[in-house]
Design a protein around this ligand. Structure first.
Ligand code: ATP
Ligand code: MG
Length: 412
């Protein structure tokens, strides 16, 4: 990709009303556009970041047998009434709308009920289970406060998986498998060391705890208590002497921290399937309840967390596997041919490049390279004798490299 073919530009200032660092940087670098509070469009560079995060999540969901589908945003009221989640008194952040004839509709904020409703058509026997389905798409929630940029959207991207099992035992295995997959995802996103499995409230339908995945952050809205040695935490919301004991934790080793909830997994028991009247017949042809689990990950929230966590005072700093392109190619002067040769050689190796081919001063290009935050910067200039100058975004060291040495460095 060439800068002259990219319609977005960088800018000095974010909108005055944007207080969150993640959104300020992402807007200034041209990754996202603020439509209104809590609602952001993903521009070409931002969309690539989203796609990279989605791909990692997708690979790990596929690896544990998840089948991808896409549910609808428009929701019929009746299935939500069956679980008593339609009433605003029960769920207070629904966006709702109406058909021309007055029929009320919901705007999808989660998808347990509609997914169970799909199962109705396909699951009747023990042979049809267990199964897990997932989707990655937009969710809509009428959040009270939406001042944290991508960390709290009113329209945001979530991966949500739903598992359905024949027995409690089968459910527990799928659930722990999903938790393992979550750990792998946060590890691959570069957040593994600062993301804790955190015991939290289980939701309205179960006595059990849910597991939140909390990434440590000063700007986190949640207060958690961390056991460093066990690499586990407990959300302040359920922090009672009784619960601490139940979880086998020790009050004296727990340290208070702030976290951003980047994922949440729940035991649903058979509350949704029973309420929607979806059962299976076991081997003896007896009607049995289906045990559910649900597993969310905040895709767009993760983009905000990664942006904010790795950033420095000069701008964004993307890990290699999340960056919209790996290399920022700064062309100084008129040497298009040399830049083109390097651009082609990198592309041929599958190394993605953003080529700054604009007619701008070097200082402008360097500042953009820092703000946009691609992991590797290379400079092509007449003064370098056919070599290129290489610099990593996270280091102040420069190296002069031949094209061969550059390719070798970036291929590892
Ligand atoms: P929160 O407590 O932060 O409001 P939640 O517990 O209501 O979140 P879940 O229903 O568990 O959220 O959704 C699954 C995941 O989706 C969350 O762990 C979070 O990463 C992400 N998420 C939830 N709400 C938002 C939001 N408003 N904006 C961005 N991501 C969100
Ligand atoms: Mg949650």
């Amino acid at each position: 990709m060439k800068r002259t073919e990219l319609f977005t530009k960088t800018r000095k200032n974010a909108p005055a009303d944007e207080v969150a660092l993640n959104a300020q940087l992402l807007i200034r670098a041209g990754f996202i556009h603020k439509e209104m509070a809590g609602v952001y469009a993903y521009l070409p560079l931002g969309l690539r970041v989203i796609e990279n995060i989605k791909q990692i999540v997708r690979e790990e969901m596929d690896a544990i047998g998840g089948q991808e589908l896409a549910m609808t945003t428009l929701q019929p009221k009746d299935i939500w009434e069956k679980t008593d989640r339609w009433d605003d008194a029960k769920v207070d952040n629904w966006f709702k709308t109406k058909l021309a004839n007055g029929t009320e509709l919901g705007v999808g904020l989660t998808h347990e009920e509609p997914v169970v409703d799909v199962l109705r058509d396909y699951v009747s026997s023990y042979k049809d289970l267990p199964l897990s389905v997932y989707q990655i798409g937009s969710k809509f929630r009428n959040e009270l406060r939406a001042k944290s940029g991508l960390l709290r959207g009113r329209e945001f991207l979530m991966k949500d998986m739903y598992s359905f099992s024949r027995t409690q035992d089968e459910h527990e295995k799928l659930y722990e498998q999903a938790v393992e997959a979550y750990h792998k995802i946060y590890q691959r996103l570069g957040l593994g060391d600062i993301t804790y499995r955190t015991y939290a409230d289980g939701g309205i339908f179960t006595e059990r705890f849910s597991d939140e995945f909390q990434t440590l952050s000063e700007v986190g809205e949640d207060t958690i208590f961390v056991d460093e040695a066990k690499k586990i935490a407990i959300n302040k919301e359920i922090m009672t002497d009784e619960n601490i004991e139940k979880l086998g934790l020790d009050k004296n080793t727990l340290v208070e921290k702030r976290g951003v909830e980047v994922g949440n997994t729940f035991h649903l028991e058979s509350k949704y399937t029973d309420a929607l009247d979806v059962y299976f017949a076991d081997e003896g042809d007896n009607r049995q309840s289906i045990i559910g689990g649900c597993y969310g990950i905040g895709i767009s929230r993760l983009m905000g967390v990664i942006a904010e966590h790795f950033a420095d005072d000069k701008g964004l700093v993307w890990p290699d596997n999340i960056a919209p392109s790996r290399v920022y190619l700064v062309q100084i002067g008129d040497n298009v041919d040399q830049a083109q040769t390097i651009y082609d050689a990198l592309n041929e190796k599958g190394i993605t490049v953003l080529w700054d081919d604009r007619n701008e001063r070097p200082g402008v290009k360097f500042a953009d390279a820092e703000l946009i935050g691609l992991p590797h910067r290379i400079v092509v200039s007449d003064k370098l004798d056919g070599q290129v100058e290489y610099q990593s975004r996270t280091s102040s060291e420069h190296e002069l490299l031949t094209i061969e040495a550059l390719l070798a460095k970036l291929s590892t």
